[in-house]
Each structure stands twice: as C-alpha cells, then as structure tokens.
Design a protein around this ligand. Structure first.
Ligand code: ADP
Ligand code: MG
Length: 300
C-alpha cells in the first residue's frame, strides 16, 4: 500500500471524491505529473517554444475500480496515458503502480511489470496490424513478456488467446482471421482481448469507443464493465465525452489545460459541477444519464 497516495486523498478533503477513501487498496497513484515538451527553435536566437501539456496532475485508482479522465482535445489526456504506460517519461512527478515507481524500474523489470498494465487505443482500425492474424495480434503482449524471460510456450499462448477471445465474445475460429474481416466494435473487442491476455490489473483505455457508433459504444463499455467484475481489473478510462466515462467510472477527473480542475463521482459532477469548464462538458452531453444499452445489432 502506498502511504503517500492515501495521505494525498485524505488531504484533498473533497467529500465528493469518496472512492479513494473506501477500503480498496490504491493500485495506481499518479503524483504531481508535469510534462513539458520543448519544440524546435523557430528562430536562430529565440528560445525553443515550450508546450505545457501537463502542469501537476495527481489522482489515484483503487484496485478493481474505474477512474475517468475527461477533457477536450489537447487537454493532456493521451500524455497522461503514455506516461502511465511508461511509454513516455514525465518532466517531473511519479507514477506508482502498487507502490512501485515505474520510471525508476530497470528496463528488464519494467518489461516484466508490463504484464500488470495494458492499453486499449482509440482507433480500432489503425491499432491492429492488418497483416497479422488475430492470433498474432492477441498474443503480442505475451511475445513481449517472452523477451523479458517470462513467456509461455507457443501452445500455451494459443490457448490463452482462445480464452481471451472467448472473454470478449469472439470465437476460437476468429484466431485465423485478419482485422479487415471484422466490424469496428469487433476490432475493439480484439484490442481488449489483446490487453486481457496477460491478466493485467490495470487497463488504460484512451478514447476506446470514440470511433464507434453510439449503440456499439454501449456494448463495448458494457463488456468492459463485465470484464471488470469477472477479473477485478481497474480502468483508467480516457475520453473527451462525459457520457462515456459516466457509463463506466466510479469517479471522474476533469482535465483542462493539463490540470485537474474538478473531480468527483459522475453523480456529483452532473448535480453540482462548479467549474465552468465542467459545465461546458456537461452541456455537450445529450442526456444526464446514458440510457440502457441498445440490444446488440447483428455483426457488431
Ligand atoms: P489530448 O489527448 O487531450 O487531446 P495530448 O495529451 O495528446 O492531448 O496533448 C496535450 C498537448 O501536448 C497538446 O497541446 C499537444 O499538441 C502537446 N503534445 C503532445 N505530445 C507532444 C509531443 N510529442 N511534442 C510536442 N507537443 C506534444
Ligand atoms: Mg488524445
């Protein structure tokens, strides 16, 4: 248990931010993340322009719970995702997964630790290699672990791939197919199976349903919810759409210009949003509560 994370929640003093104060252990603690990008100089003697993508972001995700990050394009959401996934380093601040500082791990340990956290990307078309079969795609994280000396045999990998596909509602016979043979919703199921295959404790999903039709969005979010109950996964769910995070998340952080300007349960934000930026995001949501999911149309 990370003591610092517990203290920072208690110190936040926000009654709406109740999730971290329950009995759940903190799985992910993000502490005061700053990420500034230096761009190439525009003039010979001028200073290089600085992009302040993150300006001190802190939040916690308890084990088995979901935290939403919502904000408009350019607010810093994907930068958070990359840093949490240890694909980018912060300018300052820390990412603790189960108390371990990911940036401080030696490369070999980090590769092995990747078993615990996986990612689902936005674009179900671009994020799956069109030349690879579903079997190859879904077992990619296992190949990476094999490189870290923690891999399984080929037969065992295939077995795991079949199990992961079954968990997301696809068939073993789909293992031989290629991404172009699937709809957008099915492709996102494949991407979720790829994330699931290492049995991660945390899944970071960056705009996982933004490219999908609204009815398909609800199905994918419901699937993610089912998987959470089944496997006890925690989600860091990133979206520009408050309705999407409301569907799945126990609590939400509103990100604006690289800062968390408001946080609370979805119910609290819908009823008592204080920050004008949150109110603007709320105004973009057609209904306060997303309705029950539509029955699945065939082939999604
Ligand atoms: P979001 O995902 O919320 O749309 P991003 O995290 O992608 O936002 O970007 C936040 C800000 O950081 C934007 O102004 C973006 O242009 C900038 N940014 C992101 N990545 C880089 C990079 N590698 N180099 C320079 N600027 C970047
Ligand atoms: Mg983004």
């Amino acid at each position: 248990m990370n003591q610092n994370a517990t203290v920072s929640i208690a110190a936040s003093g926000d009654p709406a931010f109740a999730c971290g104060q329950n009995d759940s252990k903190i799985l992910l603690a993000v502490q005061d993340l700053v990420r500034h990008y230096l761009l190439p100089r525009e003039t010979l003697f001028g200073p290089p322009p600085l992009v302040r993508a993150l300006n001190g972001v802190s939040f916690e995700v308890p084990a088995g719970r979901s935290l939403g990050i919502v904000g408009e394009s350019g607010s810093g959401k994907s930068t958070i995702a990359r840093i949490v996934m240890a694909l980018d380093k912060p300018t300052s601040g820390r990412v603790l997964l189960d108390g371990r500082d990911l940036n401080a791990l030696p490369a070999r340990e980090l590769r092995a630790a990747r078993r615990d956290f996986q990612m689902v990307f936005q674009d179900p078309y671009g994020s799956l290699d069109p030349r690879r079969t579903v079997a190859r795609i879904v077992t990619e994280p296992l190949e990476a672990l094999a490189g870290a000396g923690a891999g399984a045999s080929r037969a065992a990998r295939r077995e795991q791939a079949a199990e992961a596909l079954a968990a997301v509602g696809l068939r073993t016979s789909d293992l031989h197919k290629y991404p172009h043979e699937f709809s957008g919703g099915q492709r996102q199921r494949i991407a979720i199976a790829r994330a699931l295959i290492t049995r991660p404790r945390l899944i970071v999903a960056d705009e996982p349903v933004s490219a999908l039709d609204v009815s398909v969005q609800a199905q994918v979010l419901n699937l993610m919810q089912d998987l959470q109950q089944q496997f006890g996964i925690s989600y860091l769910l990133i979206s520009h759409d408050l309705a999407v995070v409301n569907h799945l998340c126990d609590e939400v952080c509103v990100l604006h210009r690289g800062l968390v300007v408001e946080r609370g349960t979805p119910q609290h934000l819908f009823a008592h949003a204080e920050h004008p930026y949150t109110q603007k995001l709320l105004a973009a949501v057609p209904r306060a509560e997303p309705g029950p999911p539509a029955p699945p149309p065939p082939g999604t």
